[in-house]
Write a protein that binds this ligand. Structure first.
Ligand code: FAD
Ligand code: DHB
Length: 391
């Protein structure tokens, strides 16, 4: 097979890149290791920044998001048994976030690609990348029992944190910046109406909890747990009891429960490789960087990377100029590091660390009190959370 841009991975990054390139008249093939059903059902992110919403709309894939997504103008920080609202829209000159599941974005993008005959190969896992230093890089992949080869002008490594693209870069080229956190998130999706209109980020002496949602009938909840926690140790009743304890308020907040339809544990890490390019290979999204989920930034960063990459590739095909491609890594990394800092800051402020003493806890509570009472501090959180227009 031959194409212009060979894309590894049909997550938000790979699919949106393929769609944006198509809008610019550039041809691509997407290779995805998993089945279509699997990628459409995988429950992950839920918060779209204003920039992401604007881009999906402009790209003509925002109709269902506009009908079914939930537009939010504030979030709650809860600590010491009380809720404190951060009025995001008021503090940011009218910007907001939209709660719309990542797998819904993925479904919309798959549909948009297939509607115009886009080539998506499911159950076709890339095995190795070759010739990244030359003009015709090649992706070797396995599709069922068959081995295949995709010859391209450029390879986009959009295959997530555990993919093969990053590993194809020769030793010594990439610098890795990394931080592990001594906890994980246990996430559930439950068939019950949300108990709140806006997201609640809750800091409790027993650990962090997050109340989110997917629709008026579906609630998404997360609990901070130990990093090595086994999901079997968390029957549904234990999860609900722990959530009720952490979300309890002095004025009697009640958490409605219901059937749990999805359950999983996610480790937490911060990770960046620099540069996000080697020769004709461009890394985008989780393949190049991971943020802890507390700031809701991972998918939004993936979307920003491929926005920059699609523009750069289109300019190169149009004019032969490599200027934007040469700036790709540095342009993306500015936003990546801003989001890394914000995600680390939110994570540090809201979670209990095993080594924390009373002093550290009081620092956290003081930071939370300041963030929710100072307009300057609240605005700083709000503008980062809805996504800075420029970085
Ligand atoms: P992925 O979604 O990981 O896609 C990579 C794709 O590549 C996958 O489909 C994979 O199957 C495929 N692949 C892997 N290896 C190969 C191979 N060898 N060959 C072919 N295909 C391959 N982000 C936010 O912005 N907001 C949030 O609210 C948020 N909440 C989150 C909550 C949780 C619990 C988790 C786990 C993540 C959350 N994130 C959030 C992060 C977000 O989900 C990721 O950042 C996002 O999925 C990155 O997209 P991607 O396309 O780069 O990678
Ligand atoms: C969700 C996930 C997040 O990481 C976050 O910060 C907010 C919401 C969610 O899945 O809804």
């Amino acid at each position: 097979m031959r194409t212009q841009v060979g894309i590894v991975g049909a997550g938000p990054a790979g699919l949106l890149l393929s769609h944006l390139l198509h809008l610019q008249g550039v041809e691509s093939v997407v290779l995805e290791a998993r089945s279509r059903d699997y990628v459409e059902q995988r429950v992950r992110a839920g918060v779209l920044e204003q920039n992401t919403v604007d881009l999906l709309r402009q790209a003509g894939v925002g109709d269902r998001m506009d009908r079914e997504g939930l537009v939010h103008h504030g979030i709650e920080l809860r600590f010491g048994g009380r809720g404190h609202r951060i009025a995001m829209t008021e503090l940011t000159g009218g910007r907001s976030i939209t709660v719309y599941g990542q797998q819904e974005v993925v479904k919309d993008l798959i549909r948009a690609r297939l509607d115009v005959g886009g080539q998506l190969e499911f159950e076709a896992g890339a095995v190795s990348l070759h010739g990244l230093d030359g003009d015709t890089p090649t992706i070797r992949y396995r599709h069922g029992a068959e081995d295949g080869e995709l010859v391209c002008d450029v390879v986009a490594g959009c295959d997530g944190f555990h993919g093969v693209a990053r590993g194809a870069v020769p030793d010594g080229v990439l610098t890795v910046y990394e931080r592990q956190y001594p906890f994980a998130w246990l996430g559930i999706l439950a068939e019950v109406a949300p108990s709140t209109e806006e997201l609640i980020y809750c800091s409790h002496d027993r650990g962090f909890a997050l109340h989110s949602m997917r629709s008026p009938k579906l609630t998404r909840l997360y609990l901070q747990v130990a990093p090595d926690e086994a999901i079997d140790g968390w029957p549904d009743e234990r999860i609900w009891a722990e959530l009720r304890t952490r979300f309890a308020t002095d004025d009697g907040f009640t958490l409605a429960d219901g059937p749990v339809v999805d359950k999983g544990i996610t480790p937490m890490r911060s990770f960046v490789v620099e540069p996000m390019r080697h020769g004709r290979l461009f890394l985008a999204g989780d393949a190049a960087h991971i943020v802890p989920p507390t700031g809701a930034k991972g998918m939004n960063l993936a979307v920003n990377d491929v926005r920059v990459l699609a523009e750069a590739l289109a300019a190169w095909y149009r004019s032969g100029s490599t200027e934007l491609l040469d700036g790709y890594s540095a342009t993306c990394l500015r936003r990546v590091w801003r989001s890394q800092h914000f995600s680390w800051w939110m994570t540090s402020m809201l979670h209990r660390f095993p080594d924390d003493d009373g002093f550290q806890r009081r620092l956290q509570l003081s930071q939370l009190a300041y963030t929710t009472t100072s307009e300057a501090a609240a605005r700083s959180l709000a503008e980062n959370y809805v996504g800075l227009a420029q970085v």
